[in-house]
Design a protein around this ligand. Structure first.
Ligand code: IMP
Ligand code: MG
Length: 182
């Protein structure tokens, strides 16, 4: 199993924690009503968990739901088709929903989820921990972005390559030559 020394840290634990606190302040300043965090599985589970605690610290009382989506790939590029593996269980009508994802790349996954929740009557704010500039296939920018990410395949803090590395408390890039490089 790969060890931590094979991962070059891009965003460390302290950077992420500090940014989560700032994001919570941004959300609080919007004075959300009936706040619901919807986390897109699996990649955003760790970010969503920390963001929930950060929201509590700024005096908010969010509820949380999870949505698991699958994107179909042809080779390494997304075909654009997204399907729902698991839907939210709560009614989202007339609620302020923070739609949380790990990384915004083509934007197809987030656009799909945003449109779905908006069609059900939610007021949707999109929030991505990372965004890769210049990679968008659809016209969508996140309302809140944690960090701008270089065009590298990143892992950790919920993000994986072949189901591994989600447990890392930081975000990094796999160093070449360890058999795990994407
Ligand atoms: P898109 O914006 O619909 O292209 O999908 C973005 C999704 O692709 C993210 O939610 C991740 O699950 C995955 N993804 C994109 N880039 C990376 C990366 O660098 N590391 C890990 N997962 C990634
Ligand atoms: Mg994802």
């Amino acid at each position: 199993m790969a060890e931590h020394r094979h991962i070059r840290v891009l965003f460390g634990e302290e950077d992420i924690a500090a940014r989560n606190a700032e994001i919570a302040e941004v959300i609080a300043a919007r004075e959300p009503k009936d706040l619901l965090v919807v986390a897109v599985l699996k990649g955003s589970f760790m970010f969503a968990a920390d963001l929930m605690r950060a929201l509590h610290r700024v005096g908010l009382a969010p509820q949380v739901e999870f949505m698991h989506l699958a994107s179909y790939y042809e080779g390494t590029t997304s075909s654009g088709q997204v399907t729902i593996l698991k839907d939210v269980e709560s009614d989202v009508r007339d609620r302020d929903v923070i739609l949380v994802d790990d990384i915004l790349e083509s934007g197809r996954t987030l656009a799909f989820a945003k449109d779905l929740l908006a069609a059900r009557g939610a007021r949707v704010t999109t929030c991505c921990l990372l965004e890769k500039p210049g990679k968008r296939a659809v016209h969508l920018e996140a309302d809140i972005v944690g960090f701008s990410c270089p065009d590298l395949f990143v892992v950790g803090y919920g993000m994986d390559v072949a189901h591994s590395f989600r447990e890392l408390p930081f975000i990094g890039v796999i160093e070449p030559g360890d058999g795990f490089s994407a």
